[in-house]
Ligand binder design. Structure first.
Ligand SMILES: O=C(O)c1cc(C(=O)O)c2c(n1)C(=O)C(=O)c1cc(C(=O)O)[nH]c1-2
Length: 241
């Protein structure tokens, strides 16, 4: 039988999942930061990742719809505001589109997402389905990858600005806001799971949810690497540089 962990032991177990599996360790991410990708490979990353950005508010709305406590809803709804903005021209999705603008994509093309990789679509959709179908505790836990994103984002932005003359600080403005939003969201979700996972099997479910989520991020980068780096097999229908 699995032992009950203290809340702090649970947190340590979650941090160990991130240390082993978070997408900052993926070869595609390492190359992106090191300046080892060409402009088209960076374009492929931004195009595909838009689909992730676009689905995040849908998964947060699915989660929000199941929260019965007004205080929890108030906290969680901020995530949707952050991505959608309060008004047209504001918010994270708009800021991601400024990056794809800067990389030379037409907005309609990006938003339609007709030419993203199948692997991107399957991985992102799997995350949305997971949040819809699993327990609220697992749904909240699956957002905990954000515990690890600030470090990854700092390295990525510094690496990209140092190594690519085709990306500017303005084009990467999306990530500036994430450096304050992600820790706020991660702290909230971490407090929630440490408080609510009161039985060993719940604690194991929380760890499994974070593992699953790390895998959805990893799979997105596997798909990019396979198509646009090595061996360079671009699936039929996907964007061709
Ligand atoms: O740039 C990154 O490395 C990164 C990672 C993650 C993440 O760990 O899931 C998110 C984001 N960015 C992000 O920008 C974002 O809005 C976001 C929302 C979520 C989530 O699961 O609710 N993760 C992430």
């Amino acid at each position: 039988m699995t032992e009950m962990m203290s809340p702090d032991q649970l947190e340590a177990a979650l941090r160990a999942v991130g240390a082993a599996r978070y997408h900052d360790k993926h070869p595609f991410q390492v190359r992106l930061n090191a300046g080892d990708l060409n402009r088209d490979q960076v374009r492929a990353w931004a195009l595909n990742r838009y689909y992730y950005q676009s689905r995040i508010p849908l998964k947060d709305a699915a989660l929000l719809a199941r929260l019965e406590d007004p205080a929890l809803r108030r906290a969680w709804r901020q995530r949707i505001v952050d991505h959608d903005g309060e008004t047209e021209g504001d918010g994270g999705i708009e800021r991601w589109l400024r990056l794809t603008d800067a990389l030379g994509f037409a907005r309609d093309y990006v938003i339609a997402a007709h030419h993203i990789l199948p692997g991107t679509r399957y991985a992102v959709d799997a995350y949305v389905h997971f949040v819809r179908e699993r327990s609220l505790l697992e749904a909240v836990a699956s957002s905990l990858t954000e515990m690890f994103s600030p470090g990854a984002i700092k390295n990525r932005v510094a690496g990209m600005l140092a190594n690519y003359d085709f990306v500017s600080k303005e084009a990467l403005a999306y990530f500036d806001k994430r450096l304050t939003q992600a820790p706020r969201d991660a702290d909230f979700a971490l407090d929630y799971v440490k408080r609510e996972a009161r039985r060993p099997e719940q604690q194991q479910a929380v760890i499994a949810a974070l593992t699953f989520k790390c895998d959805t991020l990893w799979a997105q980068l596997d798909a990019l690497h396979h198509a646009y780096v090595e061996p360079g097999h671009i699936p039929p229908g996907a964007w061709q540089p």
